[in-house]
Design a protein around this ligand. Structure first.
Ligand code: GDG
Length: 483
């Protein structure tokens, strides 16, 4: 154990997120072990964190346990504890049953509980205090996502010397929806403690800026908001879009491995060699439009515009938020639909839908992307949707069709996809047929354009652009669309 991990005010760069990029694991003798949980954010920030002597602050995923700071794979980790009650109120409650549905345009009704809000405030304060302790004078602190929207203001109050950034991974809704939140002023004020507030889409940044004007009447010019402090002095806060991306080269490298390609062929065979494989990969979440997708596919089979000999739908629905009631109900509904459709249309040799309620290793996901002729992304609302970008990054063969909902952030950039409104079931059915029947030349033309886009704005580019804006260089990368 390194002594300097315990030194306060030691880090020039801090990332603060609800979950740490590591998973707890117990060794055979009951000893604590840590496994990396490789996400895009870690890949993007690892080099930055190493270069800047950075640390990551967040929760370990284990309730009611305190852990000392430690180092993992060259990154300093500062755990923040959460109790089982806080997990229920701050995380499953306020974050996932109030903010999540509200920020996704109330696809599911948000629940407002005052105790949940109080827990959210308490936990945000704990994260802010941990960051305030760990940050060196003038350090850069980058706070991530909707679970921690109060941290920027709390941090600025205790440490006005810090440079504070915030990035919201999910949408920010229009004021008419946002204004339902009983704590709408506190949340916007919490965010305004940051120097730069990042969103996925220009529309999200616009919604936020309008909320600031409506609630506080502050002057705004383009992406700059004038925020007066207690003494009347004005601070310029930047609120704009920084569309997140993936480690495109990393995904392509996996896709090029011979064993992954062999696995893709094996997947196709095990499905009975259908002419076309359509694929959906989502956390099992009501924002992802899984029901709309199943309904459209079911009608196509019913209308005999598709057949199970011709087309198989593989749906990976990875388990998510299983303690939240809305998610349990959704799982039941989806599994009822899948069961019905398979009962009605499958044959002994050909399944209509291969439904998998599992999480898989990244290599298996890539093999699925390679096996899929058509990728279905039909989210009703999605901050970005990384699955769409991953599919594109993996298709070095320049084949495959991406069908993409207009309600994803990704659709701002991936204009060569087959764009759909998932609420329009007839339109969705036509788009699915168009995707299945698209000639090879057109598939390649579109895929080449999509791939160029994802390569140009990868996750390293995303974090560099954000951090440059935050630290004052203000350089805007060429890969970012302004609309
Ligand atoms: C939020 C926003 C925004 C899924 N199942 C498995 C698995 N995954 C991976 C995917 C992808 C990630 O999880 C999901 O990312 P998405 O972007 O699609 O969606 P959210 O989880 O809702 O993420 C979203 C994102 O934050 C980033 O800002 O884009 O809009 O909602 O990487 O591949 N990975 C593995 N096994 C699985 O079973 N290995």
């Amino acid at each position: 154990i390194r002594d300097d991990l315990y030194v306060d005010a030691a880090y020039d760069m801090l990332v603060v997120s609800n979950r740490l990029p590591v998973d707890y694991d117990e060794g055979p003798g009951g000893e604590t072990r840590w496994k990396s949980s490789p996400g895009g954010l870690v890949t993007a920030l690892e080099p930055v964190m190493r270069a800047a002597d950075g640390a990551w602050i967040g929760w370990t995923g284990v309730a009611d346990r305190e852990f000392d700071p430690f180092e993992h794979d060259g990154i300093s980790i500062i755990p923040v504890p959460l109790s089982a009650a806080e997990l229920e109120e701050y995380y499953e409650g306020f974050s996932n049953d109030t903010l999540w549905p509200l920020y996704h345009d109330v696809i599911a009704p948000p629940t407002f509980h005052r105790e949940w809000w109080e827990s959210y405030v308490r936990v945000n304060r704990r994260f802010a205090e941990a960051a305030a302790r760990a940050a060196s004078p003038g350090a850069v602190v980058w706070v991530q996502d909707y679970q921690l929207q109060l941290v920027p203001r709390m941090l600025r109050e205790s440490r006005p010397d810090l440079v504070i950034g915030f990035f919201n991974h999910i949408p920010f809704p229009a004021y008419g929806i946002y204004s339902q939140l009983p704590w709408r002023r506190q949340v916007v004020d919490g965010l305004l403690g940051a120097d730069v507030i990042g969103f996925q889409r220009a529309a999200d940044a616009g919604n936020f800026t309008r909320a600031v004007r409506r609630l506080f009447g502050y002057a705004t010019r383009g992406s700059v908001i004038d925020v007066p402090d207690a003494t009347g002095e004005v601070r310029h806060v930047v609120a704009r879009h920084f569309p997140i991306s993936i480690d495109a080269a990393g995904f392509e490298e996996i896709a090029r491995r011979p064993e992954v390609q062999a696995r893709a062929r094996e997947i196709r065979e095990s499905l009975g060699n259908p002419e076309v494989i359509m694929l959906g990969v989502d956390r099992l979440d009501y924002t992802k439009g899984i029901r709309h997708r199943l309904k459209a596919f079911g009608e196509l089979l019913r209308d005999e515009r598709m057949s199970v000999q011709g087309v198989t739908l593989v749906q990976v629905a990875s388990p998510s938020r299983e303690r939240v009631e809305t998610y349990r109900q959704l799982r039941d509904e989806i599994e009822l639909m899948v069961g019905r459709l398979n009962g009605d249309y499958s044959t002994l040799g050909h399944q209509a839908i291969a439904y998998l309620h599992h999480g898989y290793p990244r290599e298996e996901m890539v093999a699925l992307y390679l096996a899929a002729d058509v990728m279905l992304v039909t989210a009703l609302r999605d901050g970005m949707n990384l699955v769409a970008k991953e599919y594109v990054a993996c298709r070095f063969d320049e084949d495959g069709v991406l069908l993409l909902s207009e309600f994803t952030g990704a659709s701002d950039e991936l204009r060569q996809a087959v764009l759909v409104n998932p609420h329009d079931i007839d339109g969705l059915k036509d788009a699915m047929v168009e995707a299945v029947e698209m000639p090879r030349r057109e598939r390649s033309r579109r895929m080449r354009a999509l791939r160029r886009r994802v390569r140009e704005n990868d996750v390293a580019n995303w974090s560099a652009t954000f951090l440059k804006t935050l630290t004052g260089a203000g350089i805007i990368a060429p890969g970012i669309p302004e609309s």
